[in-house]
Design a binder for this molecule. Structure first.
Ligand SMILES: [Zn+2]
Length: 365
């Protein structure tokens, strides 16, 4: 098994194209062609984590945060980023980061937070648009079902909880084959008319290559007529933050206690709780203050995130319990999420969780 095989699986969990423009997720050091020994999972790929990987026989560290974020102009070991890069290269430990692309899927970082709180009916708080495309293809009636099935098999036609969604309309296609062609029906030099179906299927943009390949492979024509268009529809399963409901409403103090217990917190920074019980809860792992207004507009009673600055607490407008539980604390269970997926998929590998607590923030009690 090569590191590339592990990466291909991780990319099915969180397609790299879903990462934000400022991000640097993906393979940072090492090679996809290396034979993978074992895997170590962490939130941060610090020098200490890389040395831990080496010591435990893992030549791949899968981390949430990319240790190299901006560019590196010198690699002399002067700061923690350069030292991590040096350690990884010296010890032949590959670094792979699965960052905002894992934040942006409904089954990612935030799903794990929601699971800790027992939230139900979870939806993406701010779904992304510009990620959906539609394929229109024109298929002779005799082959319509075969082509449709191939598109579904390649991942097309998912809308919410429904799969194999498509629309077909009947019509007539015409074509005249030129010399040198090898038409499936009709004669060279004569216009042919064929009963065809126009099949329409929606799909996420990152599946375009596999869906078009599957459609063209299944289609009987030498030259396949098709259109791909970009849609403005939002893709409800991708985007920032999550909103769900507690199984039963809690008074604010009980909700804060639940947070404290479930995330093993010593302290929570929060706004003055509004005089209402907490039922709808929005959350976003990591630095999520950019979503406070969206949480408020979506009717959340509480919004749980990390890295909230002084002035940003005012965005709660006294109508929302805004709780800053800490960046690392909010994302800590991402390690379990990744390790569980990897261990399920690759049972012959040891998938270890780091024993290093990489959180640089301490609380003086
Ligand atoms: Zn983070």
């Amino acid at each position: 098994m090569q590191i590339g095989d592990i990466i291909r699986f991780l990319e099915t969990l969180a397609p790299p194209s879903l990462q934000e423009s400022y991000d640097n997720a993906g393979l940072l050091t090492g090679s996809a062609a290396w034979k993978c020994t074992d895997i170590l999972v962490s939130l941060d790929a610090t020098e200490e984590v890389i040395l831990e990987a080496k010591q435990k026989g893992c030549n791949l560290v899968v981390a949430h945060h990319p240790i190299v974020f901006g560019g590196l102009k010198k690699i002399t070991g002067k700061n923690y980023v350069e030292r991590a890069v040096i350690a990884s290269i010296k010890n032949d430990v590959a670094l792979y980061a699965i960052h905002t692309n894992l934040d942006n899927v409904i089954t990612g970082v935030n799903a794990k937070m929601a699971e800790r709180l027992g939230l139900v009916n979870c939806k993406i708080l701010q779904p992304k648009s510009g990620l959906l495309k539609k394929l229109f293809c024109f298929v002779p009636v005799s082959h319509a079902e075969f082509v449709r099935a191939a598109i579904f098999d390649a991942g097309g036609g998912h809308i919410g909880n429904y799969s194999e969604c498509s629309f077909s309309a009947a019509g007539k296609g015409t074509f005249k084959a030129a010399d040198g062609s090898n038409p499936f029906v009709g004669e060279i030099g004569k216009r042919h008319e064929e009963e065809e179906l126009k099949i329409e299927v929606i799909f996420p943009a990152w599946q375009e290559h596999s869906i078009l390949s599957a459609m063209i492979k299944a289609h009987p024509y030498e030259e396949v007529a098709y259109d791909v268009v970009s849609l403005d529809n939002r893709l409800q399963t991708t985007g920032s933050g999550l909103i769900g409901e507690l199984p039963k409403p809690l008074i604010p103090n009980d909700f804060l206690q639940l947070l404290k217990d479930q995330f093993n917190l010593t302290v929570i920074k929060h706004t003055i709780p509004p005089a209402k019980s907490i039922h709808r809860v929005a959350l976003c792992g990591g630095a999520g203050s950019f979503l406070t207004k969206t949480a408020l507009a979506s009717g959340a009673d509480a919004y749980v995130t990390g890295d909230v600055k002084y002035h940003e607490f005012f965005d709660a407008e006294n109508r929302l319990l805004l709780a800053d539980i800490g960046h690392w604390e909010s994302e800590q269970f991402t390690i379990d999420l990744l390790a569980d997926h990897l261990q399920d998929k690759f049972p012959t590998f040891a998938v270890l969780k780091t024993a290093v607590k990489t959180n640089p923030v301490e609380y003086f009690k």
